[in-house]
Design a protein. Structure first.
Length: 270
């Protein structure tokens, strides 16, 4: 048996997460366990278990994880979805701040954006769940959508936060170009080449404060902050706000998610 095969057979889900985390130099400096402590997940998990009476809290923690996808029923998954995706906020707006409180974000996370790209030739590809290309868009097309500005607090799972100003198009307006796909359960986002990838739930993507951003604090986005186009939303931790979007994919199947695969909560909701 090769070492690779032996590892595949014996490695636990937790070991795999630790190994994957160790392989990246951008790994958050706090562990997934510590992160869970500061996220609302444990609180909400307990609440869900009590309210729904589906599984006990202890049982939930002990469930086997296969490739980090908890072994749960579809029904329980839907319950998770409603509770963890955008908390209990529904359409309520996250707090906004004054321009005086806002500054250029520190740069954090360079997965999938280390090399420079040619902003002139960049396009945004839109895929169906089977990978079919549904459309291709230039930045000018995105910029022709109504422009919205928001001054919000950006929060990172590493434990820092900063108020900044974003401007761009609402994802919901962009979605208007693809009405047939407006009800998919998820929207996947990927960097060109696919090195960084996230899945976001539909409720988050439909929210009025979820923007396809091309400006920060009044100036064009630079490459380290995700030019030409990135996601910004106050509903999620930074890990879900993909910089340099290359592909948007509409799907009902929960998309692969870079940090969820490394032990972080899939929803990373605030
Ligand atoms: N492509 C890509 N997007 C990414 C990341 C990354 O590593 N690669 N890191 C995420 C994390 S953890 C955070 S906190 C924010 C940071 O955005 P900023 O560099 O503009 O502050 O980007 C997010 N988007
Ligand atoms: Mo982050």
């Amino acid at each position: 048996m090769s070492a690779e095969t032996a590892r595949a057979v014996t490695e636990s889900g937790r070991d795999r997460q630790a190994r994957l985390r160790a392989e990246v130099d951008d790994a958050p400096s706090i562990s997934a366990g510590e992160y869970r402590g500061i996220s609302r997940r444990s609180f909400l998990t307990a609440g869900a278990a009590v309210a729904g009476g589906v599984f006990g809290f202890y049982g939930l923690q002990k469930r086997p994880e296969i490739d980090n996808i908890p072994d749960v029923t579809r029904r329980f998954h839907r319950l998770n979805e409603r509770i963890w995706s955008t908390g209990f906020r529904d359409d309520h707006l996250a707090p906004t701040y004054s321009p005086a409180e806002s500054s250029i974000l520190r740069v954090n996370g360079r997965i999938g954006i280390r090399s420079e790209i040619d902003l002139e030739t960049w396009t945004l590809e839109v895929h169906g769940s089977d990978g079919t290309v549904l459309g291709t868009h230039t930045l000018d097309e995105i910029m022709a959508l109504p422009k919205h500005e928001m001054i919000i607090e950006h929060k990172c799972v590493e434990g820092w936060s900063q108020v900044t100003t974003w401007a761009g198009a609402r994802f919901s307006d962009f979605q208007g170009w693809y009405p047939k796909y407006a009800d998919t359960g998820y929207v996947a986002l990927e960097t060109p080449g696919g090195d960084y990838y996230v899945g976001n739930d539909r409720a988050t993507m439909d929210h009025p404060q979820t923007l396809l951003v091309y400006e920060m604090v009044g100036g064009p986005l630079d490459q380290e902050h995700g030019a030409p186009l990135r996601l910004a939303t106050p509903l999620k931790y930074g890990i879900k706000q993909l910089k340099r979007i290359g592909v948007v994919r509409f799907t009902d199947v929960q998309p692969a998610d870079y940090w969820a695969e490394r032990g972080y909560d899939y929803y990373a909701a605030l």
